[in-house]
Ligand binder design. Structure first.
Ligand code: MN
Length: 432
C-alpha cells in the first residue's frame, strides 16, 4: 500500500518534492479558469485530474468507483466510502504514476488534460462541511492560556478526563488564500465595566490540524474506540482565527462564539490516513500522577500506534516585509505529539452520547503548542496575552495581528527510511 522509499514518479517535479512526492497523493477539489470544480490529486507541482483520467478509462473495479466519488466537486461521497475505497484508489494511482508504470508512455503522450500545473488552478474547500467541531487537545496551549487567567490552577479538573471541544461554525470555513476580514464585536476595555463595539484589536491565529471524517455513525450509536480510526479519512492544516478581546468578554459561561465564528481557514489538500501511516507513533505517556483515560477512551492499539509525528510551523509575513522583499518569519515550530488525546479518542468521545458524525464533518484539534518558547501556536501565548511583543526582521513589532499581515501554516512528516511528505500551505491575509 505504501510506495517504498525509493519509488519515484515519471512526473519529475514529484521526486524530492517537499510536500507532494509519489508517497503522498493527497486529494482536493480544484478548478481551472472557465471550468467547474472537480476532484484531483496533488503530485509534485501538478494536479492529476480524476475526471479526465476516468474519461480516458484509466480506472477499473473498486478503484473506478472510488475515483468517480473523488472526482466530484466535493469529497463527501468519497469520504463516505471509507478505507477500502481510499486504498483501492491509492493503489491504482501509485501504479499509474510510478516511473516504471506500464502506462507511462500512454499517460505522458496524453493530450486529454490529465495533469494541470498547480499554479494555474484554484483550490476549493475539499468537502461540504455539515458540522465543524474544535477540540482543545493541545495540552501545552491549554496550560499556557490557563496560566494567563488562573496562574495557580491553569488546567480545569475535567481536562484530563474529557477531550474538551466546542461546536464551531461550518458556514465560515474557507480555503487557504481567502482574505480574513477583521471582525467587529463587543469588547470590554481594561478597567471598564461597560463594553464598547468596534473592530477587534486583538486578532490572533491558532495552529491546528483539521481532521476530515470519513464514514459516519447512526444517531444514538457510539463509535467504539477500536473502530474510530475507520472513521477518519485524512488530515489538513487548520487556522482557527481568534478575536481575543471579543472572546475574553463573551466566552463565560458557554465558551467561544463570535470570537471564532467569523473565519476558519483550512489547507486544500486532504492527506489520507494511508499516506500518514508510516508516521504514526505511540501516544506519549501521560505525566506521572495523571489519571488513565476512562475505559471507553482507552484502547491498547490506539495507545501503541494512535498518535502522529507531524512537524508544524507558523510563519508571519507583514505587508512591509513583502514590500522589502523579506521572507516570511517563522514564529513557531511544534508537533502533533503535543496532543493529550489521540484522534481516535476525539472521534469516540464526540459520538459517545449518540451524536451523529457525517462524512465531510471537520474537527479541529485545538492549538498545538509545545511547552517552550519558539513552540507556541498563537500570539496570545507568544506575547503572554499582549504583555510582550514579537520583533520581526523588518523592525516591526506585534502583540496581535495587524491589517496586511499574512499567516502561513505548514506541516511535514519526516522519519528515517521514509520519504517526507507535507501538507502544502494554509494561508490568510488580514484585511481591515
Ligand atoms: Mn481553536
Amino acid at each position: 500500500m505504501n510506495a517504498s522509499s525509493n519509488t519515484r514518479s515519471w512526473i519529475e517535479s514529484a521526486n524530492g518534492h517537499a510536500d507532494f512526492p509519489l508517497q503522498n497523493l493527497p486529494l482536493g477539489v480544484f478548478s481551472r479558469p472557465g471550468s467547474t470544480p472537480r476532484g484531483g490529486v496533488a503530485i509534485g507541482d501538478s494536479i492529476f485530474d480524476l475526471q479526465a483520467a476516468l474519461e480516458a478509462g484509466y480506472f477499473n473495479g473498486a478503484a473506478r468507483a472510488a475515483a468517480e466519488a473523488a472526482s466530484r466537486d466535493q469529497l463527501n461521497d468519497f469520504f463516505a466510502l471509507g478505507a477500502g475505497a481510499r486504498q483501492a484508489l491509492r493503489r491504482e494511482l501509485l501504479h499509474l504514476l510510478d516511473e516504471n508504470s506500464p502506462q507511462r508512455a500512454r499517460l505522458q503522450a496524453a493530450t486529454d488534460g490529465l495533469l494541470h500545473p498547480m499554479s494555474e488552478c484554484q483550490m476549493h474547500l475539499p468537502a461540504r462541511v455539515g458540522d465543524y467541531t474544535d477540540f482543545y487537545v493541545g495540552i501545552h496551549h491549554a496550560m499556557n492560556v490557563g496560566k494567563l487567567f488562573r496562574p495557580d490552577n491553569p488546567l480545569l479538573p475535567n481536562y484530563k478526563y474529557v477531550p474538551i471541544a466546542y461546536h464551531g461554525r461550518a458556514s465560515t470555513l474557507c480555503v487557504s488564500g481567502a482574505p480574513i476580514k477583521r471582525p467587529n464585536g463587543q469588547t470590554l476595555p481594561p478597567g471598564e465595566n461597560v463594553p464598547q463595539f468596534g473592530p477587534c484589536k486583538r486578532l490572533d491565529y491558532e495552529l491546528e490540524m483539521g481532521v476530515w471524517i470519513g464514514p459516519g455513525n447512526a444517531s444514538s450509536e457510539a463509535i467504539d474506540i477500536a473502530e474510530a480510526p475507520q472513521h477518519i479519512a485524512g488530515l489538513c492544516l487548520l487556522n482557527d482565527w481568534s478575536a481575543r478581546d471579543i472572546q475574553a468578554w463573551e466566552y463565560q459561561p458557554l465558551g467561544p462564539f463570535l470570537s471564532k465564528s467569523f473565519a476558519t481557514t483550512v489547507s486544500p489538500w486532504v492527506v489520507t490516513a494511508e499516506a500518514l501511516a508510516p508516521f504514526r507513533s505511540p501516544q506519549p505517556n501521560r505525566p506521572e500522577g495523571d489519571p488513565q483515560p476512562l475505559p471507553y477512551l482507552l484502547d491498547a492499539a490506539d495507545q501503541q500506534n494512535g498518535a502522529l509525528d507531524i512537524e508544524l510551523e507558523v510563519l508571519l509575513l507583514t505587508r512591509q516585509m513583502k514590500e522589502q522583499g523579506l521572507p516570511a518569519e517563522r514564529l513557531a515550530l511544534s508537533n502533533t505529539l503535543n496532543m493529550y488525546w489521540t484522534l481516535a479518542q476525539m472521534v469516540t468521545h464526540h459520538s459517545v452520547n449518540g451524536c451523529k458524525l457525517q462524512p465531510g464533518d471537520l474537527f479541529g484539534t485545538g492549538t498545538l503548542s509545545g511547552p517552550q518558547a519558539g513552540q507556541f501556536g498563537s500570539l496570545l501565548e507568544m506575547t503572554e496575552g499582549g504583555k510582550t511583543t514579537v520583533t520581526l526582521p523588518s523592525g516591526e513589532v506585534r502583540r496581535f495581528l495587524e491589517d496586511g499581515d499574512e499567516v502561513i501554516l505548514r506541516a511535514r512528516c519526516k522519519r528515517e527510511g521514509q520519504v517526507s511528505i507535507g501538507f502544502g500551505e494554509c494561508r490568510g491575509v488580514v484585511v481591515g
